[in-house]
Write a new protein. Structure first.
Length: 201
């Protein structure tokens, strides 16, 4: 996969990532917060999160969705950090989120599952992830993309879980993914970096 550029994540220990049409947002594990950054890595603003753990992140066109624990709760919040609603995660160890225009998708690294959820938290369906440690998740308008930390791979999947293609991650600790109209953005936990990648592999 071609690396366009990379930069050190502000604050370090980055986890998950989403794109709002102009800016990137990402979750940070220590301290627990969500940062809005420009495409060069400069922090625009930060939202502090209260909880014992922080995981996935998605943008639905108006609101952010994130997962906090423990126990794992999926939250919808406005861009100022005000929680609109929340519900329990179906997974025992919640990871990332993606929004496909109608439904949320959600990875669970303990059961190696990817869930499709409605916006009330009801499970529509689930399928087994192709890798044994599913983390990051994003939607490109047709397919899901997700990261597998055990094999250091990024997969493109259809909605049944079939692998369209897989490509090696540029770093050893793949976590969050986000997609803009042209590029794939990727967080590497081990390197504390955010990468901008082409999608061709």
């Amino acid at each position: 996969m071609g690396v366009i550029k990379s930069f050190t994540a502000p604050g370090g220990r980055p986890l998950y990532l989403t794109f709002d049409g102009k800016y990137l947002w990402y979750t940070n594990s220590s301290p627990m917060r969500i940062d809005q950054i420009d495409l060069q890595g400069n922090v625009i603003k930060s939202i502090a999160i209260i909880g014992k753990a922080l995981a996935g992140l998605a943008f639905d066109g108006k609101y952010l969705w994130y997962v906090k624990g423990l126990p794992w709760i999926i939250c919808q919040t406005d861009l100022q950090g005000n929680v609109i609603k929340s519900f329990s995660s179906p997974g025992a160890w919640a990871e990332d989120l993606a929004f496909d225009g109608k439904y949320l998708w959600h990875t669970d690294s303990s059961a190696d599952l990817i869930y499709q959820l409605d916006l009330k938290g009801n499970v529509i369906k689930s399928f087994t992830a192709p890798g044994i440690t599913p983390y990051g998740l994003a939607f490109d308008g047709k397919y899901l993309w997700h990261t597998d930390d055990s094999a250091d791979l990024i997969y493109q999947l259809d909605f049944k879980g079939n692998v369209i293609k897989s490509i090696a991650s540029p770093g050893p600790g793949p976590r969050g993914l986000a997609l803009d109209s042209k590029y794939l953005w990727y967080i590497d936990w081990d390197e504390d970096k955010i990468y901008q990648l082409d999608r061709s592999g």
